[in-house]
Design a protein around this ligand. Structure first.
Ligand SMILES: [Zn+2]
Length: 206
């Protein structure tokens, strides 16, 4: 998934790959340091006046996943909050949310189910049923290695789910990385972001 940023120092446009896990980058034109993760959601903050983040479950470099208390239903939910960098890099955040929402029911059986997508205080967020998840990136970073047969099983599950999503949407995922593929505490494979890549593509070309 690619985003365009405008350097605040020299006003030049820079294209960045959101899959690159960096906190800041140097402007190729004026060499100013641009902080990419300004506007990050913190623990204890509230979204939409009701979803209070309790602790961080995972972080993919441009969004954080939190265990959050829904103060209305008094249930724990999984809340994903994108850094404000995403909101400010989009020309039409509302159109992005609308398209992402229309894709979310058809992302295949392994996609984390999304109850709600929205924007509050410039934070784009997604609300999901609570799950303890860890990204493949984090697991590999911590030294976990899958047996070949186990890895093939996971890939097979992933492909079945993506095929299901392709049949329903005639669209692909386009941005699968070890950072948006997760294993939950039952050992199940899950992914996120189906629809986000085609969404940002459609908004950029329209
Ligand atoms: Zn610059």
């Amino acid at each position: 998934m690619n985003f365009s940023l405008t350097c605040l120092n020299c006003s030049q446009k820079i294209d960045i790959d959101a899959a690159a896990s960096v906190e800041s980058l140097q402007c190729p034109h004026c060499h100013d340091t641009i902080k990419l993760r300004r506007g990050r959601m913190n623990i204890g903050e509230k979204i939409n006046g009701r979803y209070k983040s309790l602790y961080k479950v995972s972080d993919d470099g441009f969004s954080g996943y939190f265990a959050a208390l829904d103060e209305k239903s008094e249930k724990i939910k999984l809340l994903r909050v994108f850094d404000k960098t995403l909101t400010f890099s989009l020309q039409q955040p509302e159109a992005f949310i609308e398209t992402a929402e229309s894709f979310s029911p058809y992302g295949g059986k392994c996609q984390l189910p999304i109850y709600e997508t929205g924007i509050d205080n410039d934070f784009i967020y997604q609300l999901m049923p609570f799950a303890k998840i860890e990204s493949l990136e984090k697991l590999i970073e911590c030294g976990y290695i899958w047996e070949p047969i186990q890895a093939l099983d996971l890939i097979y599950e992933l492909l079945l789910s993506l095929d299901e999503a392709y049949i329903a949407t005639k669209s692909g995922h386009f941005s699968l990385t070890p950072r948006n593929i997760f294993i939950d505490d039952q050992g199940r494979l899950l992914y996120n972001d189906f629809g986000l890549a085609p969404t940002s593509y459609r908004i950029n070309v329209s």
